[in-house]
Design a protein around this ligand. Sequence first.
Ligand code: PMP
Length: 400
Amino acid sequence: MNASVSVPSLFNLRPEAERAPTSGIVDVFNYGRNREGLIPLWVGEGDLPTPSFICDAATRSLAAGETFYTYQRGIPELRQALSRYHERVYGQPVDPERFFVTSGGMPAMQIAVRMVAGTGDDVLIPTPAWPNFAGAITVAGARPVGVPMIFGQNGWNLDLEGFEKAVTPHTRAILINSPANPTGWTATPADLRAILEFARRHGLWIVADEIYGRFIYDPALTVNGRAPSFRDVMTPDDRIIFVQTFSKNWAMTGWRLGWLEAPPALGQTIENLIQYQSSGTPVFVQRAGIAALEQGEDFVAHQIERARTGREIVGRLTETGLVDLPPPSGAFYAFFKVKGGTSSQEIAIRLIEEANVGLAPGSAFGEAGEGYLRLCYARKASDLEEAVCRINAALPKISG
Ligand code: PMP
């Protein structure tokens, strides 16, 4: 994967810092920023604010004076609430000692990667992929190795043979994001078993990002209302670290609250890494997290229903015959190819000009994403209907 150099070597910085890739969405975003009437579907978040019962829990905590340093691993009440939440959603009891609270999904990812890979190590990632995976691996000093997924009539599929070919003595881990940003690909139980078997055979860690696990649309892939998970096929001692976040399910992107789940034996190491990263997540933010887990199911269901409607609306992009968009199985993104289009950056700019709609260029998700555009449909139906109308009207001018 190409981690482009973003800062000239003027300042003699650590190469890993200099190599940190610049977000490929930024140029398009800067081009369209502040445009009157632009419908912004480029960022990975919904349009609903955090529900008030969650905000109130934070306010009560602040009013009660919970403004001091706290447990590095997270307050016991939140770790217990996470254990109850997992039991409810995944149908098996989970030891609270497996949970570690972080200041967001991204910091959880940073810690997971730093535990398993550093200088000289490779980490495999199926691509197209959320660019922050390659970013986290690069700044840790390791090398992201993209393994392109196979795109066919039924959407994206994992290239298991590609993994076998890409693995070397330097490979330390494999990062699996299912349901995936940006493609919506969702692993089947058979995929998960095959990846686990591959990882066990080569002694690799799995970093499992299942943050979109509640957003699943394909009934054939739905297990108790959620996507298949590694926890359905693993044993507690498998080398798997889960990365999770409150950002999407509970509309909390701005709160910076997430968690890691890992074998309890890693507890002291994770605690140390949290100490040197954030020194713990604010207690009032964690209290909000407890409210989300304990009282948030209706809100999560509402978000999923909205996304389901959004997914149907954006499916109408195919009516033009000018895009390839197999229905995404999970997450809340449409990742579509414009027929005859070449540079996704150029198409994204043209769509700002012609349709006043902001989409993320597929090239931001690695070479395998070139030619595609990502649209986030976690938004109110009227915005999505308008956006699809405008894109469909503009496409004949843009498609080659
Ligand atoms: N994983 C994936 C696949 C994501 O799309 C995101 C956010 N876009 C995250 C992790 C991180 O979420 P956050 O840092 O907002 O908690």
